[in-house]
Ligand binder design. Structure first.
Ligand code: HSE
Length: 439
């Protein structure tokens, strides 16, 4: 029997992920020691209330409310409290004491990442965060290590399970957004405040983390353009399917050029039309997937559970084994890679294409006027579809529905086109505007 040296692990938080991490650490201690080359000794679990009910039965003597003392005696600190404080202070304390830190805290990383990475670098410690994006799916390590020699062009992900669950039910079952959200909440997919999910805040945090990593550039959360799914209607989802698309909430991080041809990065979260043949269109229910386009590797897709206690615990344990190995081998931790320091560009610099649905007067010259407005803004029409006009009798002239698919153009030109169409006399209303991605 091999005798391993022990690495002391302090766990902060025993919620749905933390309690599963503790259970697996205790149940699989021997196997994990063999993999890490060190025993992973769980020295304590800091919680607010030691008597609170937990998902898992864990030894009472492990619990403490004194997180600061627990951190002082640890080689590795696992932060699974979530939120900004006290998580940030505790992580900084752990790093300054030389401990490696593992966190699943996307909100903290997205808003204070550089400060945490800097603190880790100063003492040669490492910050691990596989669990912060897309739960169980290995995406941080592939971007940080496996693809470290490649040039990533675009990362396009379904990184919020709740919104994917809702949009999928609207699409496949014809449910309303509210009904689907109620079911997602009952099943425990949604965040405590579902606004974080349905308004895209959760996905935007993940986009900031992915963009920073993929493009070796700090991308702050405030630079991520964010739209949620609350404006997505049943009619849009139905029309999308008929046209060969599915509506998905996407987090898109891209390496792009600005108007002067200078390289930059942009990150955005919004609902988009995804062609039914694209791999992301096949991501159903609360599952997540991240589609990576790299210059040499080509297209890669990472798919799986984006949330869940035991699933996300898998990502934390992977980090724990890596951190323990590093403790055995020694040497400085992997620092944040931000040497590229590209300009973070606004949404207007992004090139995309739109599907614009218009309710128009069914009269001679209307199509020509609409086409003229697009041409004035340098936007090229790719497809046009007109449905049979509706006669309004005494209430007014007949109307028709025009569905225009555009070629790729700068987002700023597309937005100006939509404004001009909204104000055009021949357009009764712009009933839907959705970006098309992955075509
Ligand atoms: N509420 C999140 C989701 C959980 O729906 O994906 C994981 O961040």
């Amino acid at each position: 029997m091999i005798e391993y040296r022990n690495v002391r692990v302090a766990l902060l938080g025993a919620g749905s992920v933390g309690s599963q991490v503790a259970r697996l650490l205790l149940e699989q201690a021997a196997e994990l020691a063999g993999r890490a080359g060190a025993g992973l000794e769980l020295v304590g679990i800091a919680v607010r209330d030691v008597d609170a009910e937990r998902d898992v039965d864990l030894p009472k003597e492990l619990f403490t409310t004194d997180a600061e003392s627990l951190i002082l005696g640890a080689d590795i600190v696992v932060e699974l409290i979530g939120g900004i404080e006290p998580a940030k202070t505790l992580i900084l304390q752990a790093l300054s004491s030389g401990a490696d830190v593992i966190t699943g805290n996307k909100a903290l990383l997205a808003s204070h990442g550089p400060e945490l990475f800097e603190a880790a670098e100063q003492v040669g410690a490492q910050l691990y965060y596989e669990a912060a994006v897309a739960g169980a799916i290995p995406i941080i390590r592939p971007l940080r290590e496996s693809l470290a020699g490649d040039t990533i062009v675009r990362v396009m992900g379904i990184v919020n399970g709740t919104t994917n669950f809702i949009l999928d039910r609207m699409d496949t079952l014809g449910e309303s957004l509210d009904d689907a959200l109620a079911i997602a909440t009952d099943l425990g997919y949604a965040e405590a405040d579902p606004t974080a999910d349905i308004e895209g805040y959760d996905a935007a945090q993940k986009a900031a983390i992915l963009a920073s990593l993929a493009f070796h550039t700090s991308v702050p959360l405030v630079a991520v353009h964010r739209e949620g799914i609350t404006g997505v209607s049943h009619e849009q989802v139905e029309a999308a399917r008929k046209a060969g698309y599915v509506v998905k909430l996407l987090a898109i991080c891209e390496r792009i050029s600005d108007d002067d041809g200078k390289l930059g990065v942009a990150a955005r979260v919004h609902p988009a039309l995804v062609p039914l043949g694209h791999p992301l269109a096949a991501v159903h229910g609360a599952k997540n997937a991240v589609f990576v386009e790299a210059e040499a590797a080509g297209d890669l897709m990472f798919y799986g559970a984006g949330a869940g206690g035991v699933e996300t615990a898998s990502a934390v344990l992977g980090d724990l084994v890596s951190a323990a190995r590093r403790h055995v081998i020694g040497g400085p931790g992997l620092a944040e890679s931000n040497h590229a320091d590209l300009r973070v560009l606004p949404l207007g610099s992004v090139s995309t294409s739109y599907q614009i649905t218009l309710d128009v007067a069914d009269q001679p010259g209307v199509l020509a006027t609409v086409a003229g407005i697009l041409a004035q803004h340098g936007v090229s029409v790719e497809t046009v579809q007109q449905t049979a006009g509706v006669t309004r009798g005494d209430e007014g002239p007949a109307t028709a529905t025009l569905i225009i698919g555009t070629h790729r153009a700068r987002e700023s030109s597309l937005a100006a086109t939509v404004d001009a169409l909204t104000n055009a006399a021949v357009v009764n209303s712009v009933t839907s505007v959705l970006r098309i991605e992955g075509a």
